[in-house]
Design a protein. Sequence first.
Length: 69
Amino acid sequence: SFVTIQFNAARGVSPVDIFDGQGRILYSEPVSEGDGITTLDLSEFPNGLYSITLRGESGFSVRQVAVQR
């Protein structure tokens, strides 16, 4: 299972973080400004609801994603 995230690379972006339902950080990866697209591999994550957080100079964005097989 893969999730593709598109962001505004011109605004500077820090890590993308993935949290489980209890708020524990499970994954963190630096994101380069490059083309403004990054893909995350969630194939090792068990079924559940996760929050993906992307932080940048102008604030942060949180999206929820469900892993279900």
